[in-house]
Design a binder for this molecule. Sequence first.
Ligand code: NDP
Length: 492
Amino acid sequence: MAVEKHKPVTPALTEWEYAPAPEARDIVSLEERYGLYVGGELVEPRSGEWFTTLSPATEEPLAEVAQAGAEDVDSAVTAARGAFQDGWSGLAPSERAKYLFRIARILQERSRELAVLESLNGGKPIRESRDVDLPLAAAHFFYYAGWADKLEYAFPNRRPLPLGVAGQIIPWNFPLLMLAWKIAPALAAGNTVVLKPAETTPLTALFFAEVCRQAELPPGVVNIVTGDGRTGAEIVRHDGVDKIAFTGSTEVGKAIQRELAGTGTRLTLELGGKAANIIFDDAALDQAVEGIVNGIYFNQGHVCCAGSRLLVQESIYEATIAKLKRRLETLRVGDPLDKNTDVGAINSRMQLEKIAELVEAGKEEGAEIYQPPCRLPEKGYWFAPTVFTNVAQSYRIAQEEIFGPVLSVLTFRTPEEAIEKANNTPYGLSAGVWTEKGSRILWMAERLRAGVVWANTFNRFDPSSPFGGYKESGFGREGGRHGLEPYLRFDA
Ligand code: NDP
């Protein structure tokens, strides 16, 4: 008897594709134009200048934003000084705390709007802005709200007092989170602020102005001036500013330090990095590969503490690279507003050019490049996740901050060699160690010249944990009790 073959009703899938899962964009309503937030109001810039802010994923213009000039910066500093003297510095600390708690709760309540806006303007995947940037920004306000009325306990017998007006200049990689890192401790300590977001990512800072209004924060306590580097330079130069807090490139950090030398203005700098992510042969390899991916492809590698130099123990080199390459094939690059996206858009054309230039230098110097097959969108700024093997320590890609999704792989044989190589950089912001031996983690952490050392994890942040660098990565700490200190003077 002939057996009839059973034919499947639907043909078997040969390829599994993720269906698009875009986050609704219409939750955000954008104005055509945004003024400067000075003295509790959005005002037209006296400079009369405006610029357009884009979506880096599509190059679509999103809004016009004011370019603050010297007069605008001056009126923001005057508003901040007025608010400091007219009440904020004298307010009962427990009352200050209430405003910070209120801001934290509003950030949580409006987190979807803010996450969409952050991804739209900055290009980072919505999964990250929703699950990392927003919860951490709110957590910073909650955390420092808790300190506002406990400064005497944080610094016993030292009579902590606020400094006055803080000028704060932030970069484009974590726009709202960097704002929270700056504003929360400054306000908790009783200061008022003038903050400049980066030129390419001003929109969540302007949304934050709305959050301040909603929280009924007294006018002038927070002032937001948008613009390019010239606006930042005006803040630095203004003699009504008592303290500058800067996060950005080492080059601009050095220029600011030169400008402020001898002026008495307090300064903290959080600058670049070239972190070593060190994998020992006893590490849980699959877990370590996830840590490598999170270390360098998180936020397209636009992370000052990114694990951009992978140091693998020689005996597990082949296995690690094979697993890493396989994992890279599963990364989804594309629309930042798609909930399945792992790697979003590069923040600006300028940054894309810088990444491309350094990648070319890596190829020319003799490193071997690997990029997984992936289709990049036609419009916007994109760069495929990249791994360089056969990298010598002298290559530019092993020395310079690329600030993109590009990993340079080196090897080592002994822990001593790993330390030598890890510390062989002008930077010293962060490092990662992967091993199952606790004693080895402690041995390594003691010798690594890095402000943060992660063990069997990477890119973990917590408001209670201080963050900052050695050497050309800057000085001063943000986060934790240490993060309050730069915003205080001590009477005893
Ligand atoms: P910048 O250091 O230029 O930017 C950081 C902030 O400083 C921005 O708000 C910027 O304004 C402002 N700024 C620029 N020039 C001055 C100045 N003379 N005085 C005061 N403020 C100023 O970084 P870029 O955006 O140009 O990025 C360049 C490189 O820096 C990146 O490729 C990366 O390697 C590194 N970088 C490191 C960061 C970190 O967190 N460590 C963050 C960002 C960049 P504007 O936005 O208009 O330029």
